[in-house]
Design a protein. Sequence first.
Length: 411
Amino acid sequence: MMPFHYRHQELYCEEVALSHIVERCGTPLYVYSLTGILENYRCIDGAFAGQPHRICYALKANANPELLRRLASLGAGADVVSGGELRQALQVGFPAEKIVFAGVGKTDEEIRLALQHRILALNVESREELHVIASIAERMQVQAPIAVRINPDIDIEGHPYLTTGKSANKFGISLAEARDAYLWAAACKSLRLVGVHCHIGSMIKKAEPYRRMAETLAAFVADMKDQGIALEHIDLGGGIGVDYSQVLAEHGSPFYIDPVELAQELQPVLQATGCELIFEPGRSLVGPNGVLLTTVLYTKQTAGKKFIVVDAGMNDLIRPSLYGAHHEILPLQQKTAVVETADVVGPICESGDFLAKERLLPIMKRGDRLAVMTAGAYGYVLSSQYNLRPRAAEVMVQDDGWQVVRERESL
Ligand SMILES: Cc1ncc(COP(=O)(O)O)c(C=O)c1O
C-alpha cells in the first residue's frame, strides 16, 4: 500500500489532506502513515510465515516513540545499535527477549545495560569486543547471549556508505575469524552462543545477495554443529531497498524485492538449518510511509540557475547532502502544467544544503508547500540543530485521523 495520493488536486496521506495538517502544525513537518507502516510490517512478517522467524525492527531508521509503540504492540522485536536505542526500545514496550544489539563500538556501560536486561542477543563485531563482553558478563555473574556478526565480503552494488558486508568495511569479522571466535567462546562459561548475524547493507535491490548471505550462514551453522555448537538463530540483518521514484498510490509497491519472493528463495536454505530466522528491516517499513513537508520562502534566479529556497534544510533531511540521495518533490496543491527546472535548497549556510537538484517542478512562489517524498526512514533520526535550528515536529496519520507524535522543538 502507498498511502499518498492526489484527490481534487490536493496531496493526501490516507484520508487526510496534508495542507490541513500543515495549517495547524506549520513546517518543516514530518508526516507518517501508520496504516502504511503496519501494512509493510505485516507484509514482511506474513511472507516468512512458513518459517520460524522474528522481525526485529531497526530503530535507527525511525525511532519515533509512538511509531515504536505501535510496532511493539503488533509483536515486533527491535534491532538497536546504542544504549539510547536500547533504553527507548524497552521504554516503549519491546520485550527484552526480542531485542538484538549490534554496533562496532559498544561501550562497557552499554554492554552492562544489555546484560542487565537479558536481551535476546548481542551481535558482536570484533574479537576484542567478544573478550570484553565475556569479562563483563563474568563480573556480573551472568551468561551473555552472543551472535557474532560475520562479514561475508558480499557486494550489494550500492552506495559505498550503505555497503556494510565487504571486507573493507568496519563491520563484523571474517568467516575464518568467526570460526575461531566461536570455538573460543564455546569454552567460555560467561558466554552463550545463540546465533549468527550478518547485515550486508541497506538499499539492497536484488534477492541474490540475500541468498548468498543465507547460504554462507547456513554452511557456518552446519560447521558449528559438527563442532558440537548448536546455534538457535540466523539473523540476516535488514536492507530491503525501496524505490524512491515510486511515491504515489497508483505506483504500486515501492519494494525493490518482493518479500514473498525473497522468503521463497531463502526458505529452503534456512529450513535445512533448523534455526529461527531473524530479520531486521528498517527502511522498507517506514521509508515510503513518510514525507517531509516544507514551505517555499523565496525563489531566486542567478546566472543560469533557478533556486527555490524552502524552510527545510539538510539539518531536517540530510540524505540528499550525505548520499546524493534522490527524493521526489511534489506540491501539496497540484498546479497547472507550467514547469521549470530548479534546485530546491534549504536555509543552512552550506552549498551542500539541498533537497533536490535540477528538478522539473511547477513554478513555485512564496508560501507554496512542497512534500519531500519517501522521507520516513533516516529522516528525523538524522536531523540536527545545525545553525541552531529547532528540529521539526512529527505527525502520524491513521485513516481520517491524525495526531502530533513529537512536538516541534522551540528556541
Ligand atoms: C545491523 C543493521 N540491521 C538493520 C539495519 C536496517 O537496514 P534497512 O533500514 O536498510 O532495512 C541496519 C542499517 O544500516 C543495520 O546496520
